[in-house]
Design a protein around this ligand. Structure first.
Ligand code: ATP
Length: 545
């Protein structure tokens, strides 16, 4: 649909662009660039103004005139596809049973509800495979809390686990198998850039809820009352088919900048591309967001984790490169002047090529945060100290995360030297000393660093570590410090030294049991007594009494 466009300078502040639109009674204000017309809608200018972003230039939220992102284009039902006949082909039986029960209870309560977000997206994305379902996001056209209570009262299978009246949401368990998150459909506003949204209307028609979501592919609604019908208000079907990720409106990244990281997570996970206007809006946010985005560290960390912990793949490395090259890492601290050098960029985007092998070899030992923690080590490795401190604070890193990153910052320049001595025939004691006490994350990061220069040596080190874990990590002496004191070793540093020697002897198989350990200590005592007397009398003669 063509709209009249009021021409304006791309740098015109948003407040003035809005005034211009109002005075000209125009919906669109825009400018020509590279033979294209870019425009901003009056409603979007108004949203930016209300968030206190009135001094930013018009170009921040300008998109091609033909863009479906322009207001009003995202609120028509494009398509409704019927999956009802094939429900059990896609979903596990217990989930389908829960949906049928929900449907009949909903009819009694007279509300409409939809499964929205990840499950519906994945249903359309992976038509060929049966999905596993655990947590289900539900949106209810009406009062979600009242509906959750009704479910519990009218069915033994549903139990309200938690309620959040201030947000109008409830967690409801279905038997032992599923957790439903019920939320009322709503409209939200963002008081400022990156703020938590404020609900302005609850129980609105689904079509008015869609616009608050992050991407078109996450705005598909799977109907429960017409079980199996998927409603598409935002062209999500088409974006799934063409594998594009698109925001729902031009102000999206200014409202919630953590969506930039979500975008990267989904692109890396599904091998999607950013839609043209979404890429433009993302770059505009990074260009101008520094002037307005201060908070939100916790959410940024959560989404950064989602992105960096996405399964390793060819396309993930492409998105990590994008993350660095487009300077998305500035979301961690928009005021930063730090720009990683070419070597850091190369290393960070190369982590993907090496880490999967390490992760799979260590899979019995590492937890779900391993990938994130290793990437974090590389992300922080070359930061100047003050930048590192600010980043850890802003992201609210846990003590462990901070320690991993700090440890690797110190180790990185010495990794090759430190592990260089290890070879296929290294002794148990050498291997033990190298790995004892090293956290998995630090080791993972060191292995990646080694892999950059010498993948073969990286594998030797990895093998040695696995051997250490299997054979020696849990090796304990029979004797302890008190036993050594009882055997006549004076208190002090010598105890620790002797315990170390004893452990090395044990690793070499020289002292298999307690008696051998005692014998070893006594030999050492005798040896030291001899050495001491030899030292005090070089001739070996006893001094005269
Ligand atoms: P995943 O498969 O990673 O769980 P998901 O889409 O289900 O993907 P969630 O983080 O559980 O991810 O979010 C559920 C839904 O809530 C999303 O699909 C989206 O519609 C909405 N949502 C989540 N985060 C945001 C956000 N920052 N801005 C707008 N909508 C969001």
């Amino acid at each position: 649909m063509q709209h009249p466009v009021t021409p304006a300078d791309p740098q015109l502040p948003i407040a003035e662009a809005l005034q211009l639109a109002v005075s000209k009674k125009a919906d669109l204000v825009g400018f020509e660039r590279d033979q294209k017309r870019l425009v901003a809608h009056r409603d979007d200018l108004s949203k930016m103004n209300a968030m206190g972003l009135s001094s930013l230039p018009l170009e921040c939220i300008a998109v091609p005139e033909s863009s479906p992102l322009l207001h009003g284009e995202r609120t028509r039902l494009n398509q409704s596809e019927d999956y009802s006949r094939r429900l059990t082909a896609y979903f596990p039986v217990y989930f389908v049973a829960a949906l049928y029960e929900l449907q009949s209870l909903m009819q009694r309560f007279s509300v409409k509800a939809f499964v929205i977000g990840g499950i519906t997206r994945d249903l359309l994305l992976f038509k060929e495979k049966r999905l596993t379902v655990k947590d289900v996001d539900m949106t209810v056209e009406g009062d979600a809390l009242a509906f959750a209570a009704f479910l519990t009262e009218n069915s033994r299978n549903f139990t309200v686990e938690e309620q959040f009246p201030e947000f109008g949401t409830a967690k409801v368990r279905y038997k032992d198998s599923l957790m439903f998150d019920f939320a009322s459909t709503r409209q939200e506003i963002y008081p400022h850039c990156g703020a938590l949204p404020v609900v302005v209307n609850r129980g609105v028609p689904l079509v008015n809820d869609i616009i608050r979501r992050d991407f078109t592919v996450n705005a598909l609604a799977f109907s429960i009352h017409e079980l199996g019908h998927v409603l598409d208000y935002a062209n999500g079907f088409q974006d799934i088919q063409t594998r594009h990720l698109r925001v729902l409106h031009p102000v999206s990244f200014f409202e919630d900048p953590s969506r930039i990281l979500r975008a990267m997570k989904f692109c890396a996970r599904f091998d999607f591309e950013l839609g043209e206007e979404t890429a433009l809006l993302l770059e505009n946010f990074l260009e101008y967001g520094g002037q307005c985005y201060k908070g939100g560290g916790e959410r940024i960390k959560q989404e950064l984790k989602g992105f960096l912990a996405a399964a390793e793949s060819q396309c993930k490395s492409q998105w990590i490169r994008f993350f660095i090259e487009k300077e998305c890492y500035r979301l961690l601290n928009m005021e930063t002047a730090y720009r990683p050098g070419a070597e850091t960029i190369e290393r960070l985007s190369g982590v993907c090529a090496i880490l999967p092998e390490i992760e799979s070899a260590l899979s019995n030992y590492v937890d779900k945060d391993f990938l994130f923690d290793v990437y974090l080590c590389f992300l922080c490795a070359d930061m100047p100290e003050d930048e590192f401190q600010k980043t850890t604070q802003r992201l609210g890193l846990t003590r462990h995360e901070r320690e991993f990153a700090e440890h690797f910052r110190r180790l990185k320049p010495h990794v090759v030297e430190r592990f260089g001595t290890l070879h296929d025939f290294s002794s148990a004691a050498e291997i033990y000393d190298l790995f004892h006490g090293i956290p998995f994350v630090t080791l993972g990061a060191c292995l990646v660093e080694l892999g950059f220069s010498n993948p073969k040596h990286m594998r030797t080190v990895l093998e040695a570590f696995l051997k250490y874990k299997r054979k020696w990590e849990k090796l304990r002496l029979e004797l302890d410090g008190n036993d050594l004191i009882n055997l006549g070793i004076p208190k002090g540093k010598q105890i620790g030294k002797l315990l170390d020697q004893l452990l090395h002897a044990k690793l070499a198989g020289q002292v298999p049991d307690r008696l051998d350990e005692i014998q070893y200590v006594q030999n050492q005592l005798g040896f030291e007594a001899e050495t001491q007397s030899a030292e005090s009398s070089p001739t070996g003669e006893q001094p005269p009494c």
